[in-house]
Design a protein around this ligand. Structure first.
Ligand code: ADP
Length: 394
């Protein structure tokens, strides 16, 4: 066994690379060094022969590149790759070999070698090293960018959760003092009506109205901040849900003379009460924003890849395409409350619920030509928490 020659590491100068060379033949090691020098590299190199030496030098130093002879008497150059993996290092490894068939070369690259160079073609080595180092630099940059992005996503999720919590607490805690204001202004109105002057009656009336309106807004905000929070996803039969929605909207359907039809509806993974709320808000709106004709509403669903695509269409007043997005924003409405009752929270709640389930919601509409609200829900469960299927019936 030849005595191992380990060159001492020099502190690398700037722009100097560190090479860890797995090679048992001194002459071959020198040829590799010459090729690198010729190729314009400034480098420090250490040559090792055995796995133990390789491991030791790897830990002692931090090589930029490993150059390994494919065939060593006691060891294989490719085994160096296993050591790199074991150590969790992503240092590029270039194989140097007397002869390496195409199949073996491809196999080595598949196993993780960065490149291979034949001993009688060492002129190609500098280019191979340059490319390996550039690849490594790009990989490091990508990893860094990915880590930064993951950090930002986490931070965004945290601040979103905090904001939701804030909206929830604020709306929840505001309810009590507001209840006092509403109750006492009402009492004031009842007890002192006609006993002060006309202006006083009017002002108390405005205060009552304002307090009641604020109560509704706060309740809506609370409903919005609760929407989409649930993780209680189960298999829900939308046909059963639709029957429940029709029952609870019964009076409005009767009063408006609406016809509501629905085709075969699927089972979806969702929170049952929330999906009920989505369909109820959409059908409720289709009745509320009716035109001159009695409302004709149809609910359909079809499978599109990984999703169910739901359509809720009506023959109502329609919507200008320029408002197609902002109607899904909290408290955004296109009409005054005297024209159509409401606070502009219904669609925002639908959007939050659908997106929480992993779907999307949008509208396709034209003024006076009815509206088609579309939303998707994944066929399979979207989150991690999978609750046993509930007996949805139907
Ligand atoms: P609200 O019904 O309380 O106004 P929504 O968030 O449910 O609040 O709806 C927001 C706005 O979107 C409505 O004010 C209305 O202008 C419009 N809109 C919703 N559904 C329909 C529909 N089916 N047809 C026409 N306009 C609609």
């Amino acid at each position: 066994m030849t005595e191992t020659k380990v060159e001492s590491w020099l502190t690398p100068r700037p722009n100097e690379i560190r090479v860890l060379h797995v090679e048992d033949n001194e002459m071959d090691a020198e040829l590799v060094a010459q090729a690198l020098r010729k190729g314009g590299f400034s480098f420090t190199a250490v040559v090792v022969q055995t796995e133990a030496e390789f491991e030791r030098e790897l830990r002692l130093q931090n090589p930029d590149v490993v150059i390994a002879d494919y065939n060593l008497p006691q060891w294989k150059g490719m085994d160096a790759l296993d050591v790199l993996r074991r150590e969790g290092l992503e240092i590029p490894l270039i194989l140097v070999s007397g002869a390496l068939g195409d199949v073996t070369a491809v196999e080595c690259i598949k196993r993780g070698a960065t490149d291979y160079v034949l001993k009688d073609g060492l002129a190609r080595l500098p280019e191979a090293v340059r490319r390996a180092l550039e690849g490594e630099r790009l990989l490091r940059m990508r990893r860094q960018a990915e880590a930064e992005l993951a950090g930002k996503v986490k931070e965004l999720a945290r601040s979103n959760a905090e904001l939701e919590q804030f909206a929830y607490i604020a709306s929840h805690d505001l309810q009590e003092p507001l209840r006092m204001v509403a109750a006492y202004t009402q009492l004031l109105g009842e007890r002192y009506r006609g006993r002060l002057d006309e202006d006083a009656d009017k002002f108390i009336g405005y205060a009552c109205e304002g307090a009641l309106r604020m109560q509704t807004l706060i309740q809506d905000l609370l409903a919005f901040s609760r929407a989409g929070r649930s993780d209680a996803c189960v298999r829900v039969d939308c046909k059963t849900v639709m029957n429940e929605v029709l029952l609870s909207l019964g009076p409005a359907i009767k009063e408006s003379g609406a016809t509501v039809t629905f085709t075969e509806l699927p089972e979806v993974w969702a929170d049952r009460s929330q999906i009920t709320q989505v369909l109820q808000n959409l059908i409720g709106n289709a009745i509320k924003f009716r035109g001159k004709e009695a409302p004709v509403i149809s609910v359909q669903a079809e499978k599109e890849g990984e999703h169910w695509l739901f359509n809720v269409s009506d023959n109502g007043i329609g919507i200008s395409p320029e408002h197609a997005e902002n109607i899904f924003v909290v408290f955004q409405r296109l009409h005054t409350r005297t024209e159509y009752a409401g606070n502009g929270i219904g669609l925002a709640i639908c959007k939050k619920i659908v997106e929480h389930c992993g779907g999307k919601i949008w509208v396709e509409a034209q003024p006076d030509h009815g509206s088609v609200f579309k939303f998707t829900l994944p066929c399979e469960h979207h989150g991690e928490k999978r609750v046993a299927a509930a007996g949805a019936g139907g």
